[in-house]
Design a binder for this molecule. Structure first.
Ligand SMILES: Cc1cc2nc3c(=O)[nH]c(=O)nc-3n(C[C@H](O)[C@H](O)[C@H](O)COP(=O)(O)OP(=O)(O)OC[C@H]3O[C@@H](n4cnc5c(N)ncnc54)[C@H](O)[C@@H]3O)c2cc1C
Length: 759
């Protein structure tokens, strides 16, 4: 037996150690196999793949995350100027927003709000100071948009769009000096309102397939014959289009007469066109679920524009797709995550308050376990969202363009936001449904599908982008192997492939061994980068990261190019990566916030949920793996003793729910994006006041109940008569009775809904 093992070992060493034998027996067949199974990348896929870079996602993908790297990313801070803007301009804007009137009444922001946001440069966060912009950090922009979204989604979207993918950002990155001088000061001051039109009726998710064309030709502009483009387009769903003064347009450029060079199909190109340019049609509005932000169509037929209206000038003809993908990657990491987190802060603040204010069956609804379960989900998901918001903007603020991470943020944060607002609506029940000036949830609930759809619809983002890009971008070897296989010089390609393959095999074996080892020991021997109550979570994440790495290799090896079509498998692998990202964001947030002990229930809940989701996704891949024998082998490797990631238990849920129902600095910190302020004088602030008043008189209610049980007072709800009797029986002082009455009146007002004589 020993001799046989020895001979096998020698054979392995010879095969892998002697270059010629290895190339002949391993690398050449593998090279041929890869050449056969790897699907050719389309130009748009290649550009999407090459745009952006790899950041923390690379660590999570490779099976052994360097946690020190995560904790060394800079903290999220605001400059004095940014903080002052939040405290003044944003605070003032919030007092000007009556979202019910905006949405149900005017279907537009009031004129005074338009003027204010332009005058105070709300459209200029990404414009450099030299052009009159505010040049705020991504963290500041995200915080501002979130605060506004806690009061009005329509106002937040209006502010968000010029600060996201669009003319301002494209000009700042790629514009010529002349174009910057011409447009950026006007965009910064609000004199110009931009929109950006990519989507066409026949090209939504597949934006690379836009039918809108531009033909390079000569034409007349300002009385002179110039080189230019004759454009025809038909775009829909364009935010701010109905009020835009400058239109960013994406189209496919062709040069049949060779006026720009020898290439006929130049490709996707972006240009800036003044809205009043002859032939430009703008103005028609869509109705996006009744929200009041401007959204509509733009069309043009044979519209001539000079060639230097291409963003970046003629040199950038055909480079539009890459420009869009790069800018989209940054934008996706800021705006939609901000909207989702704002909705979550709104939901947590108001639902935790409502749980203390609303009574049924004689007790506050927050005492029912069913409500506590929903409230715990709301609060813990809010903690995750805030953590992910902060980590993702850190990437943007440190000049990264992590396309995989921003796709994760876009998908998972908008989905978590949707889940949170759904739970909040369930807890509020009728109070959430009846629209009116006092309904603080309805518009955010109605708006949630908008975030799900825009900037890469969610099903596509989950199924195609996260793992599709992650597998090649974040994997330490696959992209290089693909390049080696695609090398037209086959010998050079094989040589490179051979050296990569050896490292790849070592890497895969390591991840397989680590996965199995951690599975049978419950990750107890995995590295713990920090001591204390969160250490165990790092161990589990190390195990799941190794699991992801080995499952990725096995899936790619067995399924090859067909993995791209098997979206249900690849999306689940993407889910593992995403949950690792959300979990690591939570751990980073806990460290950044100075390890607040009070946050621990939220941290544990979020981590237990994320690891449960990641393990569920792995289990789903294994269960549905097309090759059953391989599936069985994977189960033996990853879950030999079963899947023990059970998620938060009932005790944890109670703990989180009770913590968030406690007024004070923890609750204020976890809901800071939804401020309450007497000046705002809205339903949210009234509810908060009722909640605080009710909490203050809780001991007095106890005394009343005790007296009722003992027969000293008659049974029944709080009323003036009961309180008078309580004073007479010396259960309460007059002052205390007054406090109970005031709290009672505030609670009554807070549970009221709006009513109308007619609609
Ligand atoms: C309110 C609003 C504002 C917008 N603002 C702008 C703007 O300012 N500028 C602009 O250019 N565009 C804008 N859009 C367009 C937006 O980006 C598109 O709606 C989005 O790209 C999706 O296109 P679609 O709606 O046509 O869906 P479709 O492309 O028709 O998708 C239908 C479904 O198929 C799924 N799907 C598609 N391909 C795949 C795949 N390969 N795998 C799995 N699922 C897939 C999608 O996820 C979706 O669920 C806006 C849209 C809305 C609703």
């Amino acid at each position: 037996m020993m001799t046989l093992l020895f001979l096998i070992l020698i054979a392995i060493l010879v095969v892998f150690g002697v270059t010629d034998i290895r190339r002949q027996l391993i690398s050449r067949p593998a090279f041929a196999f890869f050449k056969r199974v790897l699907p050719p990348l389309s130009q748009t896929e290649r550009e999407a793949m090459e745009a952006g870079n790899v950041w923390w996602d690379g660590e999570l993908f490779r099976g052994a995350p360097d946690w020190n790297q995560l904790h060394s990313y800079p903290a999220n801070t605001l400059t004095e100027e940014e903080q002052a803007f939040l405290d003044n301009q944003v605070a003032t804007l919030l007092t000007m927003l009556d979202d019910y009137q905006i949405v149900q009444g005017d279907q537009d922001l009031p004129e005074a709000v338009w003027e204010y946001i332009k005058k105070e440069k709300f459209f200029s966060f990404i414009i450099p100071k030299e052009y009159g912009g505010l040049a705020f950090s991504a963290h500041a922009a995200s915080t501002i948009v979130s605060r506004v979204a806690s009061r009005s989604m329509s106002a937040a979207v209006t502010i968000m769009v010029p600060n996201s993918l669009g003319p301002g950002e494209l000009l700042a990155h790629y514009g010529t000096d002349e174009q910057k001088q011409q447009w950026l000061p006007g965009l910064a001051s609000g004199a110009e309102v931009p929109c950006f039109a990519l989507t066409a009726p026949t090209a939504g998710s597949d934006a690379g397939a836009i039918p809108d064309t531009g033909i390079v030709c000569k034409g007349e502009h300002n009385g002179e014959e110039v080189l230019g483009i004759r454009l025809t387009w038909d775009k829909r769903y364009i935010t701010l289009a109905p009020v835009a003064t400058v239109l960013g347009l994406a189209f496919k450029l062709r040069d049949p007469d060779g006026l720009l060079g020898d290439k006929e199909d130049i490709g996707i190109t972006c240009a800036l066109i003044p809205a009043d340019h002859e032939g430009v049609q703008l103005g028609n509005r869509h109705n996006p679920l009744g929200m009041a932000f401007m959204n509509g169509t733009t069309r043009g037929n044979d519209v001539f524009i000079p060639i230097d209206w291409i963003i970046g000038g003629p040199d950038y003809a055909g480079r539009g797709w890459r420009m869009l993908v790069e800018c989209l990657s940054a934008g996706r990491g800021i705006s939609l995550p901000a909207l989702a987190t704002a909705t979550a802060h709104l939901a947590t603040r108001t639902t935790s308050a409502y749980c203390g204010v609303r009574q049924q069956f004689g007790v506050q609804i927050g005492e029912f376990e069913g409500i506590q379960e929903a409230l715990a989900r709301i609060a813990a998901n809010t903690y995750t969202l805030e953590s992910a918001r902060k980590l993702t903007v850190t990437a943007v603020d440190t000049n990264q363009k992590p396309s995989v991470i921003t796709a994760i943020a876009k998908y998972h944060m908008t989905e978590l936001g949707r889940s949170v607002i759904n739970d909040a609506m369930d807890v509020h029940a009728g109070k959430g449904i009846q629209l009116g000036p006092n309904n603080y949830l309805g518009n955010n609930y109605i708006a949630s599908p908008v975030s799900i759809t825009v900037e890469g619809a969610n099903i596509l983002t989950r199924n195609l982008m996260i793992f599709g890009q992650g597998a090649t971008r974040c994997h330490p070897y696959v992209l290089a192997e693909m390049e080696a296989v695609a090398n037209p010089d086959t010998d050079a390609g094989l040589k490179r492939f051979d050296s990569l393959l050896i490292s790849h095999i070592v890497y895969a074996v390591r991840n397989a061994v680590v996965s199995f080892g951690h599975a049978i020991t419950g990750s107890r021997f995995a590295a713990k980068p920090v001591a204390g109550p969160t250490g165990r979570h790092y161990q589990h994440l190390n195990r799941l990261s190794a699991n992801l790495a080995i499952m990725t290799d096995i899936s790619m090896m067995v399924l090859g190019g067909s993995l791209k079509r098997r979206e249900m498998i690849s999306a689940r692998l993407g889910d593992v990566l995403s949950q690792l990202y959300l979990a690591s964001a939570v751990l980073r947030n806990y460290e950044m916030d100075g390890r607040q002990q009070a946050d621990l229930p939220f941290v544990h809940y979020a981590l237990e949920q994320a690891t449960q989701e990641a393990a569920k996704a792995l289990d789903g891949v294994i269960r549905n793996f097309p090759n059953r024998a391989v599936g069985w082998l994977c189960r033996a490797l990853l879950f030999p003793l079963g899947n023990h990631f059970n998620g938060p238990d009932d005790k944890r849920k109670r703990e989180v729910a009770q913590a968030i129902m406690e007024p004070g600095c923890l609750r204020n910190r976890l809901t800071h994006l939804c401020p309450v302020d007497e000046q705002l004088n809205d339903g949210i602030t009234e509810l908060e006041q009722a909640f605080l008043a009710q909490r203050q008189v809780a001991p007095l209610h106890k005394a009343l109940k005790k007296a009722q049980r003992s027969g000293l007072l008659s049974r029944g709800p709080v009323s003036e008569a009961l309180l008078a009797a309580a004073v007479e029986a010396k259960v309460l002082t007059e002052e205390q009775a007054e406090q109970v009455l005031t709290a009672h009146a505030l609670c009554r007002k807070a549970i009221d809904v709006d009513e109308f004589e007619s609609l």
